[in-house]
Write a protein that binds this ligand. Structure first.
Ligand code: ARG
Length: 462
């Protein structure tokens, strides 16, 4: 394509090294969408005759089919998807095909191709996130009345509603949805017309190509347009936070479903067995959700390291941006595809969970707050109840095992009105602050969650 200036052919090793077909041939259809919009615009402003613009469009549609059917095989010496398609067009149409690249560079072409591609994939991920949020809401409502231990430092802390626990993950995933929408917003401007870097001497109609391709407007600065990859970074930022949230959830479920905890029940269809130990039911899916998170972070880092230190504007390093992006998208989609049905079949054994809390120590804060309600300064109450727990441990007893006489001896401030409060259910019910674990508060969270999901769906439609 650039023979004019050169007196030697490109070395074979260079062709192999510089080609990007392994990354962009799969994006041919998006490149063709961009080229059709460009050709229509060239026809509309009179830079090429209208009938030739139509021939180009027909030729591109034919090439789209040739690629889909496998009839057109790309040539490595043509470097990338863009030049392979253009070269085939020239083969088909002669000088007419040679008019397509008027006022265009591969630099704005690759930018538009990537944006169109990413826009489609973000929509696909959006449906996955939608399904994920819906499952979380359904599980939260189903398990709202089940009490499980809440942990800090992975040590039992206070009893919580399992619905509250689901809604905690829902909250994290809903922020990921906001980040996904932000990433989609980053794709709303059209690069076409930026040219190689400085725009064009030709009267291109950038508004028209933007409209044709469903963008809100053209990009504002041609140099920035061909240089920037923020829209990829915004996707990666969503992806890495989302994956980290998945990883945390997966880690919890590995622990809660282990024999020693045992109150979280994983569906058989989402576990695997051991080749040697017949009794095993392993949470491999959860472990892989956790395990794949590292790659997602790696792909983000890969992009940022590539960008760091690049001079304005386009540099060939940018060609490598596609590798991690595509790998990350695939992994995120794979994760969603398995996470959603897995969660929809997770069950909770409330009795088993209660067994693990039957020493009653999770209610120590409740006892301290009971004392506070009777006028004892909190720090003092904390010390008194700490002493009570210490004594219980020495006597190998739980709070629930103390007799009324023992209570009277160990904590004389405890009146009869304390005892009705000393149940897991009452402990949950009474944490009735906004956003707290009380069953009514969880119901409120679920309602708010439903509203969020509706508005997420609406913004995705736009
Ligand atoms: N294959 C290249 C890429 O993906 C296309 C742009 C090449 N531009 C250039 N000036 N060499 O980035």
């Amino acid at each position: 394509m650039w023979k004019g200036r050169f007196s030697e052919n490109t070395a074979q090793a260079v062709q192999k090294f510089t080609q990007s077909l392994d990354l962009d041939w799969a994006l041919a259809s998006y490149d063709i969408d961009g080229s059709i919009a460009h050709a229509r615009m060239l026809g509309s402003v009179g830079l090429i005759p209208a009938d030739e613009a139509r021939q180009i469009e027909d030729g591109l549609s034919r090439i789209r089919e040739e690629i889909a059917s496998g009839a057109l095989v790309p040539a490595q010496e043509l470097e990338d998807v863009h030049m392979n398609i253009e070269s085939r067009l020239i083969e088909l149409l002669g000088p007419t095909g040679a008019r397509l690249h008027t006022g265009r560079s591969r630099n704005d072409q690759v930018a538009v191709t990537m944006r169109l591609f990413l826009r489609d994939r973000l929509h696909r991920i959006g449906s996955g996130m939608d399904a994920l949020l819906a499952v979380m809401l359904e599980r939260a409502a189903r398990h709202r009345d089940i009490i499980v231990p809440g942990f800090t430092h992975l040590q039992q802390a206070q009893p919580i509603s399992m619905g509250h626990y689901w809604m905690a993950h829902f909250s994290a995933f809903s922020r990921d949805c906001d980040r996904l929408l932000f990433a989609l917003e980053s794709l709303r401007e059209c690069p076409l017309g930026a040219g190689a870097l400085a725009g064009s001497t030709l009267p291109l109609d950038r508004e028209m190509t933007a409209r044709e391709l469903g963008f809100a407007r053209p990009t504002r600065n041609s140099l920035d347009t061909v240089a920037q990859r923020d829209y990829m970074a915004d996707y990666h930022s969503f992806a890495v936070t989302f994956a980290t949230h998945c990883s945390r959830l997966a880690e919890d479920f590995v622990i809660y479903s282990s024999r020693e905890f045992g109150w979280l029940l994983l569906p058989d269809a989402f576990c695997t067995g051991s080749s040697m130990m017949p009794q095993k039911k392993n949470p491999d899916v959860l472990e892989l959700l956790r395990g794949k998170t590292g790659q997602i972070l790696g792909h983000f880092l890969d992009l940022l390291v590539t960008l760091k230190g690049l001079p304005m504007t386009y540099d060939r390093d940018l060609q490598e941006d596609k590798r991690g992006l595509q790998a990350s998208l695939r992994t995120v989609e794979d994760m969603l595809a398995v996470l959603v049905p897995l969660l929809s079949a997770v069950e909770v054994d409330g009795e088993k969970a209660a067994e693990g809390m039957n020493d009653g120590f999770l209610l120590a804060t409740d006892v301290a707050e009971y004392l506070v309600a009777r006028g004892v300064p909190f720090r003092q109450a904390h010390g008194m109840v700490g002493g009570l727990v210490k004594e219980c441990i020495a006597r190998k007893k739980g709070l629930f095992d103390l007799t009324r006489d023992e209570w009277k001896a160990l904590l004389p401030e405890a009146g009869e009105d304390l005892f009705p409060l000393l149940s897991l259910r009452s402990a949950v019910e009474r944490r009735n602050t906004y956003g707290g674990t009380a069953f009514d508060q969880v119901a409120k969270q679920i309602e708010e969650g439903k509203t969020f999901l509706e508005s997420f769906r609406e913004s995705f439609k736009r």
